[in-house]
Design a binder for this molecule. Structure first.
Ligand SMILES: [Zn+2]
Length: 350
């Protein structure tokens, strides 16, 4: 029962982790036990490896990484009614206190008590099995592969962002950043009805991947042209309806209103480690609406539905797959941030 353990900053090992086996020896009445099949490597996993912390969350003791998972139900609790042994599933990694004020308001993702996989002190799922509540475990149709299902977690961020933007059919959008989250946001914006989505990045390789996803995506290499100038040229100076900030860069965020049309909406997605400045005057003269998102809520079934119907295809984003036994190497590769990779995944032995 080996797990991929972040021992401390820069130190990973694939080893037995008896604490987790003990903690999950018993199954609650409304829990299921899942044999993991595929787990995606997230930027946050890599950041804990390279920096030992994300904001206030610090690695002070060994922690198992991974939170983007799909697998097969191998055992169900006595009161479970919607899942059966053998069901293929994906899992929502953040568990709120169901009785908290935030949860009762439907805002369970911003419940201060949320316990989220691979966020200290909560262990992740780069391990053979995990126990998870039925309510946060979603059955997959046969047409959705484990690899696609392990993309539901990052896709959920894009779908939540598009939902917050309140996209209408025929809207236009700019996505700043062509990393995994930028690209799932572009796909989500198109699925929500956008007529055109501009994707801006510094990396030509990433922009090539973005362009390959849809004829309705226009790449902008910010080394040679600004999103504002391209959008102004294409829209007779009006601007786009929505700007999604998916870089987490303070410099990009500072100019986020430039391509936005009057009355438009900016959605801040990228995590900002430090307080940032943006042009409040530019926001004001547009009466811009600014939305912030934190992870997602209520969107996993929607994501599974769109993968099943083909409304969204995440397969081109999965650029590399590693065997579980090569997990440590996979993280070394991921930490080097290869320009031509979007999402790397790890497959566990079945
Ligand atoms: Zn993630």
């Amino acid at each position: 029962m080996k797990s991929l353990v972040l021992e401390e900053q820069h130190v990973l090992s694939l080893r037995d982790f008896p604490e987790i086996s003990r903690a999950e020896a018993t199954l609650g009445p409304r829990d299921v036990r899942i044999k993991l099949h595929t787990v995606g490597i997230c930027g946050s996993d890599v950041h804990y490896y390279t920096h030992g912390r994300i904001g206030p969350f610090v690695i002070t003791q060994p922690m198992i990484l991974g939170h983007e998972g799909a697998g097969t139900v191998v055992e169900i609790g006595a009161e479970v009614t919607t899942l059966a042994v053998g069901d293929r599933v994906c899992m929502e990694p953040g568990l709120p206190d169901p009785n908290s004020r935030a949860s009762r308001l439907g805002l369970y993702n911003v419940d201060p008590a949320v316990r989220f996989w691979a966020t200290p002190p909560v262990h992740g799922i780069l391990r053979p099995t995990c126990v998870h509540p039925e309510n946060f475990t979603f059955k997959l149709p046969d047409t959705v592969s484990f690899a696609e299902a392990a993309m539901v977690e990052p896709l959920a961020v894009g779908v939540h962002a598009a939902t917050k933007a309140r996209i209408k059919p025929g809207d236009t959008a700019v996505v700043l950043g062509a990393g995994p989250i930028g690209l799932v946001t572009a796909l989500s914006a198109l699925a929500a009805g956008c007529a055109r989505v501009y994707v801006a990045d510094l990396s030509e390789k990433k922009l090539e991947i973005a362009t390959s996803l849809s004829a309705a995506i226009t790449p902008i290499n910010v080394r040679s042209e600004s999103p504002a100038s391209v959008v102004a040229r294409d829209t007779d100076g009006w601007g786009v309806d929505v700007v999604f900030e998916a870089t987490g860069s303070a410099a990009a965020a500072a100019r986020v209103f430039e391509p936005l049309c009057p009355g438009g909406c900016v959605v801040m997605i990228g995590g900002q480690p430090e307080p940032i400045q943006y042009d409040a005057g530019a926001a004001m003269i547009r009466e811009a609406r600014v939305e912030n998102i934190f992870r997602y809520a209520h969107v996993f079934p929607r994501c599974v539905g769109m993968l099943a119907s083909g409304a969204i295809d995440v397969k081109p984003l999965i650029t590399r797959t590693f065997a579980f036994e090569d997990s440590v190497h996979a993280f070394v590769v991921a930490a080097s941030a290869p320009a031509s990779d979007v999402k790397m995944q790890i497959e566990l032995p079945q």
